[in-house]
Design a binder for this molecule. Structure first.
Ligand code: MG
Length: 290
């Protein structure tokens, strides 16, 4: 099942995406539940409730504005740095220089604030001069947690996955590196395009898909998720060590090689650029930088 959050006639809805991706069938949700996007459904299912019923008449996707499936996640998004070998190598001289002693014993984990999430076709704001001169893209598969838990073992981790979505972990590189902790350079307003929907875990094998990114039509990133250094069960085990995960929590699994900082010379994003991120079996998001 694919679950989308969208706005139609000024009202937010949550609906099932048709097999051909052309129609949405809305769930019958109270208005305050629909305001929370797919989170309302994820929490209901995690607590053992049945899926709510749906309306009988689908609406064309072309008649609505798709939003991020979780328009404002319940709390910061968990994100993983340096999780593809080739990407770690391309940023060895810059971002990862202090982590070379034993880079593969534990994942690098940071967060993005929930308010930086925008929809799959929304604009991303390039900050004003003097704030950052190094805006970069990071195409990523994001895991959406279903059943919560704490100290989840690798062996049980996949039973906690509700599904997957696409994110662009947009990054202000100069700010990321300036502050040691990455959260500021990762959390600028609009710096987390997400969507176009959530695909449930029964319909996509997150361990065997492919993440691609184009800038103005030029293919920049192309990585199979088989190449993750820390796989999805390990990431869930790591993030839930001593910390309770909740339904709707998001773990962005890291980006493949090919980011702008890793090019020689570096190529950062500017106003007018269009970045498309696509994951096989999931869908694509495409955002203009303005
Ligand atoms: Mg990232």
């Amino acid at each position: 099942m694919r679950i989308a959050t969208y706005v139609q006639n000024g009202k937010r809805h949550v609906g099932i995406v048709s097999v051909d991706g052309q129609h949405l069938t809305p769930f019958r949700l109270a208005e305050e539940s629909a305001q929370r996007g797919a989170l309302a459904l994820i929490e209901a299912l995690a607590s053992g409730a049945a899926l709510p019923s749906t309306e009988t008449t689908p609406v064309p996707v072309s008649s609505v504005r798709l939003e991020a499936p979780l328009p404002v996640p319940r709390r910061n998004l968990w994100c993983v740095g340096r999780n593809y070998h080739a990407h770690a190598k391309e940023l060895q001289a810059s971002v990862f220089k202090d982590n070379d002693s034993n880079p593969e014993s534990w994942p690098i984990v940071f967060t993005k604030v929930p308010e930086c999430v925008v929809g799959p076709h929304d604009d991303v704001q390039v900050p004003g001069a003097g704030v950052s001169e190094q805006i970069d893209y990071e195409a990523e598969l994001a895991v959406v947690i279903g059943k919560g838990g704490k100290n989840i073992s690798r062996d049980h981790a996949m039973t906690h996955v509700f599904g997957y979505t696409v994110v662009n972990d947009v990054t202000a590189r100069d700010v990321q590196m300036r502050h040691q902790q990455w959260d500021m350079g990762k959390s600028f307003d609009t710096f987390c395009p997400m969507g176009p929907w959530i695909v449930t875990a029964d319909e996509l094998d997150g361990a065997r898909t492919r993440v691609r990114c184009w800038v103005n039509g030029e293919l920049r990133q192309d990585g199979p998720t088989e190449n993750l250094i820390f796989d999805i069960p390990t990431l869930i085990e790591t993030v839930s060590r001593g910390i309770t995960l909740y339904p709707g929590d998001i773990i962005a699994t890291g980006t493949p090689a090919g980011v702008g900082l890793g090019m020689k010379p570096s190529r950062f994003l500017k106003a007018g650029d269009v970045v498309r991120v696509e994951i096989d079996g999931l869908g694509a998001i495409e955002n203009k930088f303005v």
